[in-house]
Design a protein around this ligand. Structure first.
Ligand SMILES: Cc1ncc(COP(=O)(O)O)c(C=O)c1O
Length: 406
């Protein structure tokens, strides 16, 4: 079985580590790994004078950061359409207004012309998303515009990012990371804010200290996830894996990425908690092999770029979390691939995902971002965490499914 959504980052080593941690509950909440993780993130992706704060989720990190900016109620936050509720719900819950900006087909990121049109004096923050891990083509132009307009910039790299982009102090504002299970690396849940601003760094540190801890049951679910995913993958080919997956979900052993409250358009404080030490231990393990994973994702993205018909845009030079394939036959290709136990992703199926969300609840006006609306009807995601042979198999399946539907 191959899946873009289900535990793409988990390996036998993660399951063994999780199993051993089941018997060391004193390491679950606090421990030296929290400190070590911050140090590793700084040295690997940023600079040593960067402040890193860790939270249970990326959306919790974003919530705390927005709160630290002391904005007035009704201030506006520029955010791209083709995003997810995790970005928009913190904005709304804090009483700010999201202003949706359209994107370009080339990089799934903010369109500068639309940004300039929609930016008003009420806009105080700009969230610049690196969708799928693609560095926005107009990143420098956008950052320059933000400086002119005195906007706080948050570069949202939850999906993934070019690992050299923030080195050598080349960022202002903040960088939002996610360590959620379907991202570039995973501690099942997790998020961080990196900033070089001293004052905000201190406020974020205080926020980290004051938040409540996740419950013991939640921590157990987090540890179990790492074990269950590997068991399910191992047994999928003999149908038992599928049954186990269903069973574990029914028994509430697998925590969903999006809660029912979030699907109803409300921020969920369940996601606003401290980052536990056990998750830091998982992340350090993931970072140990990050270079290999990164190179693999880059290589597979290149294979898709050259092998897909029709040709896609030049996004192949990045280590993409998922490769976006634009096709009007998305549903047919997904259904065809499922016959081979290949589960292709569909980030995103509407301008603010998931599809259960009522767009009126998140302040999106239909027709205001036509390119994002179009792309959300025809973007299929191909996995990049797999082997070369598997990616060639996927290419054959996708190209065959496309021919059958033509
Ligand atoms: C673009 C984007 N930003 C931020 C987040 C928040 O990450 P998390 O799931 O850790 O809350 C997500 C989550 O999927 C996301 O897709």
């Amino acid at each position: 079985m191959i899946s873009t959504d289900f535990g793409p980052n988990e390996k036998g080593r993660d399951a063994l580590l999780a199993f051993s941690l089941l018997f060391q509950p004193w390491r679950w909440r606090r421990g030296k790994e929290l400190y070590n993780l911050k140090r590793r993130l700084k040295s690997k992706f940023f600079s040593l004078d960067t402040h890193i704060s860790l939270f249970l989720t990326g959306r919790g990190a974003l919530y705390q950061y927005l709160r630290s900016l002391n904005l007035a109620q009704d201030d506006e936050v520029l955010v791209q359409a083709f995003t997810c509720e995790a970005v928009v719900l913190p904005i709304l819950d804090l009483g700010f207004t999201p202003v949706y900006v359209d994107i370009t087909e080339q990089d799934y990121s903010i369109d500068v012309t639309d940004l300039k049109k929609k930016c008003s004096p009420k806009c105080k923050v700009l969230i610049l998303q690196h969708t799928f891990g693609i560095t926005p083509n107009d990143r420098l132009k956008i950052l320059q515009f933000a400086t002119q307009q005195k906007l706080h910039v948050i570069e949202d790299v939850a999906h993934g990012f070019d690992q050299d982009v923030f080195k050598n102090k080349r960022f202002t504002g903040a960088v939002l990371m996610s360590f959620g299970r379907s991202k570039l690396f995973s501690s099942v849940f997790g998020g961080a804010i990196a900033t070089r601003a001293e004052r905000v760094g201190k406020i974020m540190k205080e926020a980290e200290r004051q938040l409540p801890n996740p419950s013991t049951w939640f921590l157990l679910q987090l540890i179990f996830y790492k074990i269950l995913v590997v068991v399910i993958y191992g047994l999928y080919h003999i149908a038992i894996g599928k049954m186990l997956h269903f069973l574990f979900k029914q028994c509430n052993l697998i925590v969903p990425e999006v809660t029912p409250r979030e699907k109803r358009g409300k921020f969920d404080t369940l996601m606003l908690k401290t980052y536990p030490n056990v998750a830091a231990i998982f992340m350090l393990e993931q970072l140990d092999r990050f270079n290999d994973v990164y190179q693999r994702r880059k290589a597979i993205s290149t294979i898709y770029y050259y092998g897909l018909e029709p040709k896609q845009f030049s996004t192949y030079q990045y280590a993409l979390n998922r490769f976006p394939y634009i096709t009007k036959h998305r549903d047919e290709i997904q259904a065809f691939a499922r016959k081979y136990n290949i589960y292709l992703g569909n980030w995103y199926t509407q301008v603010v995902a998931p599809k259960e969300l009522d767009l009126m609840d998140v302040g999106y006006k239909s027709g205001s971002c036509p390119k994002a609306e179009k792309l959300s009807t025809c973007t299929l995601n191909l996995p990049t965490h797999i082997s070369v042979t598997e990616s060639e198999g996927i290419l054959q399946i996708v190209n065959k499914a496309r021919q059958l539907t033509l």
